[in-house]
Design a protein around this ligand. Structure first.
Ligand SMILES: NC(=O)c1ccc[n+]([C@@H]2O[C@H](COP(=O)([O-])OP(=O)(O)OC[C@H]3O[C@@H](n4cnc5c(N)ncnc54)[C@H](O)[C@@H]3O)[C@@H](O)[C@H]2O)c1
Length: 257
């Protein structure tokens, strides 16, 4: 049987927050489809280890809260490789606090990464891609951007902002051949979620957070449930999708009970 040509052969990609979790899985998926992937992360050692696990990986230290650092990340990749075809704005953090007890610094700390960081990432990638004739930008939003999300008001507000920014960026850039789409996962079993299991259980007053999630979405999601969608959105196969939100949540947001 003839083998399939990888859909991202020769493409140059950046994945922010690519050192672990969803970002690392997306980096591996883009790599398996032929892209050269720059794994950009706050954690340089982990980014390097992830990049070394790829067939054509590179790593970069980048804090997406630092607008100038994001500009430099994009500039360096374009000057090294001549282009940027794919940007996955994935870096994100979460903390757990009831809304009424959340202090302003806690609110700002999550907005700084999850919304301001995405603004810088999409803006610089959009500029570079518009100048070179096109590309695909993918934001890692969340279903929390659609619904009330107890204990993570800052996170959910940021994700709602990411969904809005994704649509506006898509509309502004569509004349330049740049598409911008958002992925909205449900609960996926990465460190972000699993490390906070006990905190969620205590704050929600439940015995087993995993059982709560299983009731809502069938089971805890896996990074492999999400990563192939990123490769699809990065490729020309999704050429008629722009400014869209793609939910991957095991049916959680489809159900009222
Ligand atoms: N896990 C889930 O259930 C879930 C659901 C929906 C959306 N998401 C989103 O997916 C993305 C990845 O989450 P994850 O679950 O893989 O989390 P994770 O904690 O496993 O990984 C996050 C990565 O982002 C990096 N990072 C954090 N702050 C950064 C910064 N300022 N600059 C650059 N890199 C930074 C971390 O070093 C880490 O490598 C996030 O945007 C998250 O909000 C996750």
């Amino acid at each position: 049987m003839a083998s399939r040509t990888p859909v991202l052969q020769g493409k140059i990609a950046i994945v922010t927050g690519g050192a672990q979790g969803l970002g690392a899985a997306v980096a591996a998926e883009l790599d398996s489809e032929g892209a050269l992937v720059v794994v950009a992360d706050l954690n340089g050692d982990a980014a390097q280890a992830t990049a070394e696990s790829l067939s054509r990986g590179e790593s970069a230290v980048c804090d997406v809260r630092d607008d100038a650092a994001v500009a430099k990340l994009v500039e360096d990749v374009v000057s090294r490789h001549g282009t940027l075809d794919i940007m996955v704005a994935n870096a994100g953090i979460a903390t757990i606090t009831p809304f009424t007890e959340m202090d302003f610094d806690t609110w700002r700390s999550v907005l700084a990464v999850n919304l301001d960081g995405v603004f810088s990432t999409v803006r610089y990638a959009g500029r570079a891609m518009a100048a070179s004739g096109g590309g695909s930008i993918i934001t890692m939003a969340s279903i929390t951007g659609f619904a009330g999300s107890p204990l993570i008001a800052h996170y959910a507000a940021a994700k709602a902002g990411v969904i809005s920014l994704t649509k506006t960026a898509a509309v502004e850039l569509r004349g330049k051949g740049v598409r911008v789409n958002a992925i909205c996962p449900g609960f996926i079993g990465t460190e972000m979620v699993l490390d906070r299991k006990a905190e969620f259980e205590q704050a929600l007053g439940v015995d087993d957070f995993g059982a709560v999630i299983a009731q809502a979405q069938g089971r805890m999601g896996e990074v492999g449930d999400v990563a192939p969608l990123a490769a699809f959105l990065a490729s020309e196969r999704s050429r008629f999708s722009n400014g869209s939100t793609f939910v991957v949540d095991g049916g959680m947001t489809a159900s009222l009970v």
